[in-house]
Unconditional design. Structure first.
Length: 258
């Protein structure tokens, strides 16, 4: 996020065997989610650019009407609108690349979960600005979301023990190393509180939306039942007729000539 005083650019389970039906279904699901995540982030970038065009045409009045003003109760809902606004063309250009990359990494394992992550990060980042930013410093920008998505992808990789996600977050963070340089306090025109709030929200989202690992499917309390409906090892008492047994014995003795 960028404050008004600096309108420049932001410089800131057992796995299924290979070839099994379950494995193929999981792969197809991931590809489908990745496709949805890609188009979702393309739409997101297009949306903020359309808003930027309208904002520029309106002499950036949208920033002043829908940006975050610290500790102004009437402007508290603007924590949800400020991420879509920017102070200049340089500002939105600096945010668009990392927003797309980290947003896609956050969304490709589940678009619905990604929407929950976005809401949580917007709240934590916006509240950090609203509570702790300097007086009368208007703040807008998507950088709080960028830091939140980075924190979420990194935390998700560590918590879910997914090395690929963790490494992807680190590699992309290094690719956009200038983002980390604006996270430190004192950078002119940059709301580092918004960045810190977004990062903490993303880490929290990594825990809240972590993958729940189910227990092994083994119910030792249940016993197998034979086709007759009896548990194995069960002794069944068969009723007998004493008179009939005696008659059968006499018949056999007669057959033997006794």
């Amino acid at each position: 996020m960028t404050s008004q005083s600096g309108g420049g650019p932001l410089t800131g389970g057992t796995p299924a065997p290979r070839g099994s039906g379950a494995g193929r279904r999981a792969t197809e699901f991931d590809v489908a989610e990745a496709r949805k995540a890609f188009f979702l982030m393309v739409g997101f970038i297009v949306l903020i650019w359309v808003i930027q065009i309208a904002n520029w045409a309106d002499h950036y009045h949208l920033d002043f009407n829908y940006g975050i003003l610290p500790r102004s109760v009437g402007r508290l809902p603007e924590i949800f609108t400020a991420p879509f606004l920017h102070f200049s063309w340089d500002h939105i250009e600096g945010n668009s690349g990392p927003l797309f990359v980290f947003g896609f990494l956050a969304a490709y394992r589940g678009v619905v979960r990604f929407l929950g992550v976005t809401a949580l990060v917007a709240i934590t980042s916006g509240l950090a600005v609203w509570l702790f930013q300097g007086n009368n410093q208007l703040t807008v920008g998507a950088s709080g979301l960028i830091f939140g998505y980075f924190g979420y992808v990194l935390a998700r990789g560590l918590i879910d023990r997914n090395l690929i996600d963790a490494l992807a977050a680190v590699v992309m963070a290094l690719s956009y190393a200038y983002i980390l340089t604006v996270a430190i306090p004192g950078t002119p025109g940059v709301s580092w509180m918004g960045h810190l709030g977004g990062l903490l929200g993303g880490i929290a989202a990594g825990w809240i939306f972590r993958t729940r690992r189910g227990l092994p499917i083994a119910d030792r309390s249940r016993r197998s039942v034979d086709p007759g409906g009896r548990p194995p090892g069960t002794t069944v008492a068969v009723p007998t007729n004493p008179d009939r047994s005696r008659a059968d014995l006499y018949k056999e003795l007669g057959d033997l000539g006794l």
